[in-house]
Design a binder for this molecule. Structure first.
Ligand SMILES: [Zn+2]
Length: 884
């Protein structure tokens, strides 16, 4: 079969240039472990939801719940008598209008004590089952008549939603704090709500807290005043000073975006900083950043790009920033990276950089992500969790848009390749029955955030593919039209598609079905052969994934760049619709190389059959940075029998690694490729070059360790000695904390005994995110030196960052054979406390130890946590332990 192809000859400019802007260092972890994937706290792999019940035949897919009334406004009046006692009393006023005559209303309200419910001109009688609050009205509330429902209630240390961190002797000097986390459906742990995203309302929070604490909520602060309250005490009532804060969010948003934070902070307004410096015509939008006391000095270096990002997104989307302020608040014990509460994003506890930490950390990805949610997520909200990619995919893609502006084309390509890789690696763990990205099939809302069809990168790639297909101008016209049409509403995927179709004229139903609804990816094999007698280059494109009636072949345009040995470059973009397609291109001579999918325009697993010599040529003359990385990766596993060709490939890779004009992700890919090719001498030679960037030093550390470990059988003592010297030095003294951490892990992998004192010393070293300490904990678990267990145990206890504690707990499990009793005691102790991350890590560690007597401890923990999400994870762990 032959498919018509379009052939156009390039003037050699559009794709030939390589962006030469220097890339700015970006920490590896920023996109993954610190993104707002709040559900990533503990990975759950076995998502078992099905679309119907085997037993009853019931349709168990998730549809948006019915709204009985339109809720317009919520006023919450909260009183917190003591920040060290996790209780509060509240009065909630809901203004609502029934869609029809309303005799009863059910709200989500979890783990509360409901004291009273009342409404004017009717008798309101409530029942409460610890999960739902049902109110019956006698007489019923009339249709279309606005009513006010007043509920008073008490919270006593809610298990979710409102996370309370009292003062602790383990943290001397740290003030008590609380923050809330509503997504996906946890805000109903602290106020009664229609706790689903298909309802928008304005909100108002009045919070009275002990004097000296600050309160942040959504929108603008209307007032702050000192009040005196009479407080009961053992010796009789006492008068005590309180501060009463009044916050108003006067534009509608959904329940999960309501935020409350109470604590002691340094607050720095970035807008004021900008005005003071040079930008005289900056807007008056307040941009406060709340950080732990004493850290004001670090705010500007960490958050400086917030203002420019707001300007960029507002102009790209042709929609001004929607809210009254943009606050970013660094909160203790926050489980995720960031959470985009309307006008007030919550950030993780170490999201403010010291001067040292700033050397190898970059918060811009997270800042851009959460900021983009203020449009995609807050201004426009997914109507059900099925459509979460309309929030997360868009926010992830806007990160790439920011880096495109900051770092140029190379920055954009780095982000796109990162998303492309994440989609592929996430999909590789897919169970056959797992649903696609936008699907109603899930047992818990949080599953939609962590599917194998990961809505973060896959949603971002969907937008990238649309932009590639439509071109710059049309794509942004579409995005602007979508924002204009959807703002202040909740949306589904089809609504986004319809806007695109209206604006572009394109038929996109197949595209959306393929990339957003359907599970799995195409597996594309491309072979090409040159026929000199006919001057033809023949392509065979084959889709290797299973194809049947339910899963037809994917349809896409395949971008192919042909580097000609004679004549100009050729670009073709055949339409692929069949499982196997053959097409031919006229070519004057054999191609130097063929680069397929050079800008990752097609999301799929590609196998391109090309010789090592051709890959080497692609490496040198690739049309894009992404194509250069693809070449490096292919060369990692391809050696020829031709020593000269191999040496040439290594030389080109080495040159790339050293070329400071290349983007960092290309340079590190080149080093990784040399590692794959076992090119020991080339990697050794890289070490001696001066002025390496920290990313290069880090990659070299990892690659050296990998080479040494691989060559253990051949006992290459010279390489081992060389690597040991370099890594010992880097682990102890490298300027970059990340390089120190990586070098420690590398030494541990190599079983270098002399490194143990460095690990032990590093345990006591403070660093950004505690990365050095965490590196040492991981290294000790790998190296298993005598007595390591005793060194690790203190870090499992309260008084260290919760991520550090989790790392220590996981290390402890690996060191348990050194002293099983001590290990078990420490893990049981770590099940206690107020920090969920170490508690869950301890549960996991007990399962790994395989001691069945811990089953009851896991059951107790599930009861104590009172959280359905965590209980589900603990049940899975219990089953796993029982089966051991
Ligand atoms: Zn997000």
């Amino acid at each position: 079969m032959r498919t018509p192809t379009t052939l156009r000859v390039l003037a050699g400019l559009a794709l030939a240039s390589q962006a030469c802007l220097p890339t700015i260092a970006r920490a590896d972890g920023d996109g993954s472990d610190y993104s707002c994937e709040h559900a990533k706290l503990e990975a759950v792999s076995n998502l078992t939801a099905a679309g119907f019940s085997e037993a009853t035949g019931e349709d168990t897919r998730n549809f948006a719940p019915t709204r009985i009334a339109d809720i317009q406004h919520m006023k919450l009046d909260l009183f917190i008598p003591d920040m060290n006692k996790p209780t509060l009393t509240a009065t909630q006023t809901l203004r609502l209008t029934p869609f029809a005559e309303m005799s009863s209303l059910t709200l989500d309200a979890k783990a509360m004590t409901i004291n009273s419910v009342s409404a004017a001109n009717t008798k309101a009688i409530f029942t409460y089952n610890d999960n739902k609050l049902t109110i019956t009205f006698d007489p019923p509330l009339p249709q279309d008549q606005t009513a006010e429902l007043i509920t008073t209630y008490t919270l006593n240390d809610p298990p979710r939603g409102l996370i309370w961190t009292p003062e602790s002797p383990a943290w001397p000097g740290r003030a008590a704090q609380l923050h809330t986390q509503g997504q996906p459906q946890s805000n109903s742990y602290w106020f009664p709500a229609h706790d689903f995203p298909n309802e928008r309302m304005t909100t108002e929070i009045i919070a009275t807290v002990p004097a000296g604490y600050l309160v942040s909520a959504n929108g603008k602060q209307l007032s702050q005043e000192r009040v005196i309250r009479r407080i009961p005490a053992a010796t009789g009532p006492r008068l005590q000073p309180y501060d009463r804060f009044h916050w108003l969010q006067d534009k509608e948003h959904v329940a999960y975006l309501v935020s409350l934070i109470v604590g002691k902070f340094d607050v720095v307004d970035l807008a004021t900083l900008a005005t003071k410096s040079k930008d005289k015509n900056k807007s008056t939008l307040p941009l406060p950043v709340y950080v732990p006391p004493g850290r004001a000095i670090d705010v500007a270096r960490t958050y400086a790009n917030t203002g420019p990002m707001i300007d960029l997104f507002a102009s790209k989307l042709d929609e001004p920033y929607p809210w009254d302020r943009y606050a970013q608040l660094v909160a203790w014990n926050f489980e995720a990276g960031g959470m985009e509460n309307t006008s007030a994003t919550t950030m993780y506890d170490t999201a403010v950089f010291s001067e040292q930490g700033d050397l190898d950390n970059d918060l811009d990805g997270l800042i851009a992500h959460e900021l983009a949610h203020q449009w995609f997520g807050d201004l426009i909200t997914c109507n059900t969790w099925e459509h979460i990619w309309l929030n997360e995919g868009f926010a992830t893609y806007m990160e790439a848009i920011w880096f495109e502006q900051r770092d140029g084309e190379a920055g954009y390509q780095r982000e796109v390749l990162n998303d492309f890789d994440r989609v592929l690696s996430s999909d590789s763990g897919r169970a056959p029955s797992e649903p696609g990205m936008a699907s109603k099939v899930y047992a818990h809302p949080w599953e939609t955030f962590r599917r194998s069809a990961n809505p973060y990168p896959k949603g971002a790639m969907t937008l990238h593919m649309l932009r590639e297909r439509m071109g710059e101008e049309l794509f942004w016209q579409c995005m602007q039209a979508y924002v204009e049409r959807s703002k202040f509403t909740t949306v589904e995927t089809s609504e986004f598609r319809r806007v695109l179709e209206d604006v572009s004229g394109l038929s996109l139903e197949q595209f959306f079905e393929q990339w957003t609804a359907r599970p799995g990816l195409p597996e594309i094999n491309v072979k090409f052969t040159y026929f000199p007698d006919r001057n033809k280059l023949r392509f065979v494109v084959q889709q290797m994934q299973a194809i049947d009636g339910d899963n037809p072949a994917f349809a896409f345009t395949l971008p192919v760049f042909i580097k000609n040995t004679a004549g100009p470059d050729v670009i073709i973009d055949p339409e692929i619709t069949n499982a196997r397609q053959v097409f031919e291109v006229d070519l004057e001579g054999p191609p130097a190389f063929v680069s397929v999918n050079s800008r990752a325009q097609v999301l799929g697993k590609f196998t391109i059959e090309q010789s090592p010599e051709q890959w080497t040529k692609q490496l040198e003359n690739a049309p894009t940075s992404i194509a250069r990385v693809f070449a490096a990766r292919n060369l990692a596993t391809l050696a020829t029998t031709d020593a000269i060709a191999d040496a040439t490939a290594n030389q080109v890779l080495r040159n790339l690694a050293l070329d400071a004009s290349q983007p960092m992700f290309v340079r590190t890919a080149a080093i990784k490729s040399l590692e794959g090719r076992n090119a020991k001498n080339d990697i050794r030679s890289l070490v001696t070059t001066s002025r390496e960037a920290w990313e290069i030093r880090q990659q070299i550390s990892q690659s050296l360790a990998a080479l040494v470990t691989r060559s253990e059988n051949t006992s290459d003592q010279s390489l081992r000695d060389f690597a040991t010297t370099i890594l010992l030095q880097r682990a102890a003294t490298d300027q970059s904390q990340r390089v120190r951490a990586e070098s420690m892990k590398a030494l541990a992998t190599m079983r270098v005994n002399e490194a143990t004192p460095i690990f032990l010393n590093a345990l006591q070293t403070s660093s950004q995110h505690d990365i050095i300490r965490q590196g040492a904990l991981a290294a000790l678990a790998i190296a298993q030196p005598q007595g390591a267990i005793e060194a690790v145990i203190p870090y499992t206890r309260e008084g260290y960052l919760s991520r550090t504690r989790a790392e220590a707990i996981s290390s402890l499990a690996k060191l348990a054979s050194q002293n099983p009793t001590r290990a078990k005691d420490a893990l049981l102790a770590a099940l206690q406390g107020r920090e969920n991350r170490p508690r869950m890590a301890a549960a996991r560690a007990l399962v790994d130890l395989g001691d069945k007597s811990a089953i009851t401890n896991l059951a107790t923990l599930a009861t104590e946590l009172r959280s359905p999400e965590l209980a589900a994870q603990l049940q899975t762990m219990q089953r796993e332990l029982e089966a051991k």
